[in-house]
Design a protein around this ligand. Structure first.
Ligand SMILES: Cc1cc2nc3c(=O)[nH]c(=O)nc-3n(C[C@H](O)[C@H](O)[C@H](O)COP(=O)(O)O)c2cc1C
Length: 380
């Protein structure tokens, strides 16, 4: 295949390289996938203002997210089981992000552990926390993230229970993956993926195995993941987590104005407007459609970030124009990783950077810090 030029090209390549159940795991939303589709579709409804004959030299996309320098306002979103898109996936993606100068967020449900990622990076990464019922395990995770030098804790608030994803159920995907004859066949048809996977020892949840009480093997880890997401989690716990962590706290999964205000009151440093990439409440609005209202409600007191449906640098620019300080990409980097490993993640970031840079210039701006709603022509 010719050099991939778009995230859609990377997606096609990933589909050919990654076994079906893991490709589908990335490319799925809850139930009818209407929110998953709206996340992308609603970006297309936003039109940009074309400006001409303005000086376009010396452009910069550099800015900060939560006070930390970034080469462009993009972060890699936390994604579970990333090490199943490509062997050692989290370590590869973290290195690509570090070299590119954007934050990498490691999921609690990663295959490579916090310590694995710390061992291959030199700059701090961010850690995403799922709050489990076993609070000793949670404290231990927070302490491990601190010891690894993580520079932000991303608390995910929208997954106390799991939204049903039909593709995963039909594929018989379990957490961690168990391999039936059907799965073995799916893997056998992806020999390059298999060869890489045979070379690594990281094939289960690295942050959990050997760290949670009684979790020493694949059968106990499966029981742990099914029982541990805490349906009783509430705003009181957020204050407790903030205290345990003591560093910058980002609350992810905010889609409602009232929840955004509550997050500000709880002392979060930033929120991520997100519906978990359409994987939780199907029928919820797209992230980009809720962004302006949430930005208004937060009124500059903390940073507002966004994720969901970003597939180009244009989408990032639109999000920044509507008030987001930065945008996270989930599937775009997973497709890059599945397609080409670390180089694919770098390519995904390069594609996004180039699109953002050219679009910004054609909208008559030279500095991402000057991008605001004046570059939007219409929103319908
Ligand atoms: C395969 C996959 C796994 C994910 N796992 C997590 C996770 O472990 N923790 C989390 O907070 N969000 C998780 N998410 C949600 C992402 O962080 C992010 O909200 C979403 O991917 C953004 O949408 P996008 O994929 O359209 O960019 C996951 C998303 C995908 C696609």
């Amino acid at each position: 295949m010719a050099t991939p030029l778009t995230i859609a090209d990377l997606k096609k390549m990933a589909q050919r390289r990654v076994p079906k159940m893991f490709f589908d795991y990335a490319d799925s939303g809850a139930w009818t996938e209407s929110t998953y589709a709206a996340n992308e579709g609603d970006f297309r409804d936003i039109k940009l203002r074309q400006r001409v004959l303005v000086d376009m030299t010396n452009r910069t996309l550099e800015t900060t997210m939560i006070g930390q320098k970034v080469s462009m306002p993009v972060a890699l979103a936390p994604t579970g089981m990333t090490g199943m898109q490509h062997a050692d996936g989290e370590m590869l993606a973290a290195r690509a992000a570090e070299e590119f100068g954007v934050p990498f967020t490691l999921s609690t449900m990663s295959i490579c552990s916090i310590e694995d990622v710390a061992s291959v990076t030199t700059k701090p990464f961010w850690f995403q926390l799922y709050v489990m019922r076993d609070r000793d395990f949670v404290v231990n995770l927070i302490n491990r993230a601190k010891a690894a030098g993580c520079s932000a804790l991303v608390l995910t608030a929208d997954l106390q229970i799991l939204g049903q994803r039909h593709k995963d159920l039909r594929n018989g995907l379990s957490a961690p993956p168990k391999f039936t004859p059907k799965h073995i066949w799916q893997m056998a048809t992806r020999p390059l993926w298999c060869m890489d996977m045979l070379k690594t020892k990281r094939r289960s949840f690295g942050n959990i195995l050997g760290h949670a009480k009684g979790v020493t093997d694949l059968s106990s880890i499966s029981k742990f993941t099914h029982e541990q997401f805490d349906p009783e989690l509430s705003w009181k716990d957020v204050a407790w987590i903030k205290e345990q962590w003591g560093g910058p706290l980002i609350i992810k999964g905010i889609l409602d104005v009232e929840d955004a205000k509550q997050a500000v009151d709880t002392g979060a440093d930033a929120i991520v407007v997100s519906n978990h990439g359409g994987r939780q409440l199907d029928g919820a609005p797209s992230s980009i459609s809720m962004l302006p209202r949430i930005v208004d409600a937060v009124a500059g007191r903390i940073e507002v970030h966004i994720d969901g449906g970003i597939r180009s640098g244009q989408d990032v620019l639109k999000a920044v124009a509507l008030g987001a300080r930065g945008a996270y990409i989930g599937r775009p980097f997973l497709y890059g990783l599945g397609a080409m490993g670390k180089d694919g993640v770098t390519l995904a970031l390069e594609i996004i950077r180039k699109e953002m840079d050219i679009t910004m210039a054609l909208c008559g701006k030279r500095d991402i810090k000057d991008v605001d709603s004046s570059i939007i022509a219409s929103r319908q």
